[in-house]
Design a protein around this ligand. Structure first.
Ligand code: GLY
Ligand code: MN
Ligand code: MN
Length: 439
């Protein structure tokens, strides 16, 4: 896959969008976990998207101002048997020429000497400042030296742009290859949710469920969880980013599981399901679950070309608030409640986000006042929820909450693809209808 036409096509498109700007796209670096132990390596998604190269510290240059054969340059860690004994195989400079389609490759330590040459002739530099602390001083120094010589050389890159609008616009619109990978990521993630619901019993620890899910992800050959799996029973489900996953699940609890896998090429699933551990919703749990499900299904219906993520959010919100008014947890006119955000102690997050190589994927949602239209190939999550606890104050004019509702947290999250005529729910194999969750 590394030298596949997929990556080449992306590079060619990126080069064409750059005009005469030279782009500098760094790989990720290893991140310290503690002391001298590092987290498993996770490639930078922009770098991966353009190169398919999965080693740390590399730097890719995209040089549209240079002749063919010099447009794509990779600086990589060189072969080094002593280092490879400790940290594993490296492709090295020859390996990346033969396997990753680079026009030219160099060992990383030559970057300071060679960067001035590669930037020569570029109108400007596309580099994201503020994100790459090791590389940034070198980039700025090289640029500054070109500017210093400008009166005599007659040429220097004159401006710096962020490459993200170009790259992230590309990443926002998934091609057929990416869509297929996303189908697989969502399918495996959905299968894990089905398995863990079958497995779950009162008295188990949340971590027992996490272990089942993540075991399945690994058995399927993925990298594992795409993000810290959330397995939250009872009131823990009202903590949006709960990852402690260490409580005993009591009979009568709902269990909220937010988990998805990351494929070997980093495409991610992101699914949430909420179910009763003992196979039977209480009256209050059922009422809230039904409201959430109605809101979620309505929001998914709203996902189509021409609509936007704001429409999807507002649709979910409208249904959530209507339902909460119906059961008396909110009072007043639905539009006023929404306008005054008087629901925000019960629903405090947005209804979804782009999904792809990053779980909260890149791409704009709006340009100024204009909300970006959904288009075929975009993938987003739809994930409304209701969270009832004492953590936030009840807004003025809204009723205090009866104890019987407290400690119920519900979220239902699917991964959906905008298609030319409607929507494809990539995570559809994860059950969410009441009849499938009760026994
Ligand atoms: N799992 C992170 C999210 O749903 O946004
Ligand atoms: Mn999500
Ligand atoms: Mn999620």
């Amino acid at each position: 896959m590394a030298n596949s036409s997929v990556f080449r096509q992306r590079r060619n498109l990126f080069l064409s969008h750059l005009g005469s700007y030279a782009a500098i796209i760094p790989a990720a670096e290893l991140v310290t976990h503690h002391a001298d132990c590092e987290y498993p390596f996770r490639q930078n998604s922009d770098f991966w998207y353009l190169t398919g190269f999965d080693e740390p510290n590399a730097v890719a240059l995209f040089l549209p101002h240079k002749p063919n054969g010099e447009k794509y340059v990779l600086f990589v860690l060189p072969k080094d048997s002593a280092a490879e004994v400790w940290t594993g195989f490296r492709w090295g400079t020859k390996g990346v020429l033969d396997n990753f389609d680079a026009d030219i490759s160099h060992p990383l330590n030559e970057l300071p000497n060679l960067l001035p040459h590669y930037l020569e002739g570029a109108e400007g530099i596309a580099f994201r400042v503020g994100k790459h602390s090791h590389l940034e001083p070198l980039v700025l120094k090289t640029w500054s030296e070109h500017l210093q010589k400008l009166p005599r050389s007659g040429f220097s890159p004159l401006s710096m742009i962020a490459p993200c609008p170009i790259l992230h616009d590309m990443r926002l619109r998934k091609d057929d290859f990416e869509i297929e990978r996303m189908r697989i990521a969502s399918k495996i993630s959905a299968e894990a949710h089905e398995l863990v619901r079958e497995f779950a019993r009162p008295g188990m620890n949340e971590r027992d469920l996490q272990a089942q899910i993540e075991k399945y992800f690994l058995e399927k050959g993925t990298r594992g969880p795409a993000y810290g799996s959330i397995v939250a029973s009872g009131d823990n489900a009202c903590v949006l980013h709960y990852t402690a996953n260490n409580a005993t699940i009591r009979s009568g609890d709902l269990v909220l599981i937010d988990a998805g896998c990351s494929l070997d090429d980093y495409y991610n699933g992101d699914i949430t399901r909420t179910f009763p551990i003992n196979g039977k919703f209480s009256g209050e749990q059922k009422a809230l679950y039904e409201i959430t499900l109605i809101a979620q299904k309505a929001a998914i219906k709203c996902v189509r070309s021409g609509n936007n993520a704001e429409n999807v959010h507002m649709t979910a919100l409208q249904h959530l608030v209507e339902g909460l008014v119906d059961i008396g947890l909110l009072v007043g006119n639905v539009d006023s409640i929404i306008e005054q955000e008087a629901y925000s102690h019960l629903y405090m997050h947005r209804t979804g986000h782009w999904l792809g190589l990053d779980v909260h994927d890149v791409g704009a949602y709006r340009l100024g006042d204009y909300h970006l239209n959904l288009e075929p190939g975009m993938i987003l999550t739809v994930e409304p929820g209701i969270y009832i606890s004492d953590r936030l104050p009840v807004p003025k004019g809204q009723p205090q909450i009866d104890e019987r509702w407290k400690g119920i947290g519900i979220r239902i999250e699917d991964d959906v693809l905008v298609t030319s005529d409607s929507v494809e729910v990539l995570s559809k194999n994860a059950s969410k209808n009441l009849i499938d969750l009760e026994n």
